[in-house]
Design a protein around this ligand. Structure first.
Ligand code: EPU
Length: 302
C-alpha cells in the first residue's frame, strides 16, 4: 500500500515519522519472504498517538513490525503499511539488577550486554533472533526459561485507549508462547529484573545453549524458527520427523533436514509456497496423530 496523499506525507514529516516508500518486507524478515509496502519508521515513541490518529482518520490499515524473525508475510503489493520503531542509542540502560530496554533492541545483544555486567537468567534465549519487543509480545522461551519470568514493567502503546501505558509484570500473564497483551498492543520498552551472576558463569550457560542449538537447528538458513507450537507434552518437530517429512518441499519452501519443525526458504520461496507446505504438514500430522498443530509463526497474509 502506498501513501500518496501529500497532506498525509506532510503530516508524517511534521510528527517526525520517516516514510520509506515501497519497502520489500522480504528484506526485513528472517524467512526472506514478503511483498512490498510503505514503511513508517518511528523515531520517538511519543509520536505514536498522533501517528495512529492520522492513519485511522485516513483509513490507512497498518501493522506493527518487530524484528521479523517469527513472521511469514504474504506476497505482492500488501494492503497495509508497516510501522517499525527505530532503535535508539543506547537501547539498554542498567540500574542495579534492573535493565531498562527499548523494544527495538536486539534480543541477543541485550542478553550479552547484561551478561558482561554480571546480570544473567536469560542464557537460554541467546540464539533466538529478533527484537526484545517481539520476544516479549509472544513470551519467547528456550531451554526451560522464558522472557516473561523477568519482566518488572512494560511500556506499550495501547490502541484501545490510544495512550502510552505502563503495565506492571503482575498485570500481564505470560504463558507458553502467549501473553495477555491485546493483539494490537505495541511494545515500546521493558524493565527486566535479572539475577546477579558472574560473567564467566553466564558465559558457560550461553556456550552450552549455543552448542545445543547449533547441533539441532538449521541456524545458517532462512527460517522463522519453529513453525508450529508444541502441543502439551509432545514435540511437533519429532512428530513431523517420524512421518519422514524432512526435506518435503513446495517450491523453495522446505522442511529442514536438521529440525523438522523449522521450515526453511531454500532459495526464492514465496509465501504461497510456505503456506502450502504448512497446510500439507498440518494435514498429515492430523491424519496420523490426530493432533491439530497450531502455528507458532505469525502469518500476515494479505
Ligand atoms: N526431534 C526429533 N526430530 C526433529 C526435531 C526434534 O526427533 O526433527 C526430537 C528431539 O530429538 C528431542 C525432541 O524432539 O528429543 C524435542 O526437540 P528440541 O529439543 O529440538 O525441542 P523442540 O520441542 O523441537 C522447543 C522450542 C524451540 C526451542 C527448543 C529448545 C517450540 C515449538 N519449540 O523445540 O523454540 O528452541 O525447544 O528449548 O516450543 C521457536 O520458538 O521458534 C523454537 C525453535
Amino acid at each position: 500500500m502506498r501513501i500518496r496523499d501529500p497532506r498525509i506525507v506532510a503530516k508524517l514529516a511534521e510528527i517526525n515519522i520517516e516514510l520509506k516508500h515501497g519497502t520489500a518486507l522480504a528484506g526485513l524478515t528472517s524467512l526472506g519472504i514478503g511483498g512490498t509496502t510503505d514503511l513508517l519508521r518511528i523515531k520517538r515513541h511519543e509520536s505514536l498517538p498522533d501517528l495512529l490518529t492520522l492513519l485511522e482518520a485516513n483509513q490507512v490499515p497498518h501493522k506493527f513490525l518487530g524484528g521479523g524473525s517469527n513472521l511469514l508475510v504474504g506476497d505482492g503489493e500488501l494492503p497495509w503499511v508497516v510501522l517499525q520503531l527505530v532503535r535508539p542509542e543506547p537501547d539498554v540502560v542498567l540500574e542495579g539488577n534492573l535493565a531498562h530496554v527499548d523494544a527495538a533492541a536486539d534480543l541477543g545483544r541485550m542478553i550479552t550486554f547484561c551478561a558482561k555486567n554480571d546480570l544473567g537468567g536469560m542464557e537460554g534465549l541467546i540464539g533466538v533472533p529478533g527484537t526484545v519487543g517481539g520476544a516479549l509480545r509472544m513470551n519467547a522461551g528456550a531451554y526451560g526459561m522464558q522472557i516473561g519470568s523477568y519482566v518488572r514493567e512494560v511500556r506499550l502503546y495501547r490502541v484501545a485507549s490510544r495512550k502510552i501505558e505502563v503495565l506492571h509484570g503482575d498485570q500481564i500473564s505470560f504463558e507458553y508462547r502467549h501473553t495477555s497483551f491485546a493483539p494490537d498492543d505495541m511494545m515500546l520498552a521493558v524493565i527486566l529484573e535479572l539475577p546477579s551472576k558472574p560473567y564467566k558463569d553466564i558465559l558457560q550457560g550461553i556456550r552450552i545453549c549455543n552448542e545445543k542449538r547449533r547441533s539441532s537447528q538449521p541456524l545458517g538458513q532462512k527460517s522463522a524458527g519453529c513453525i508450529f507450537k508444541n502441543p502439551p507434552g509432545v514435540s511437533a518437530g519429532r512428530m513431523i520427523d517420524e512421518l519422514g517429512l524432512k526435506g518435503l518441499s513446495v517450491g523453495d519452501a522446505r522442511v529442514s533436514d536438521r529440525h523438522a519443525n523449522f521450515f526453511v526458504n531454500a532459495g526464492h520461496a514465496s509465501a504461497r509456497d510456505m503456506l502450502m507446505l504448512i497446510a500439507d504438514v498440518r494435514e498429515r500430522v492430523q491424519k496420523s496423530f490426530g493432533v491439530n498443530l497450531e502455528n507458532e509463526v505469525v502469518v500476515w497474509n494479505a
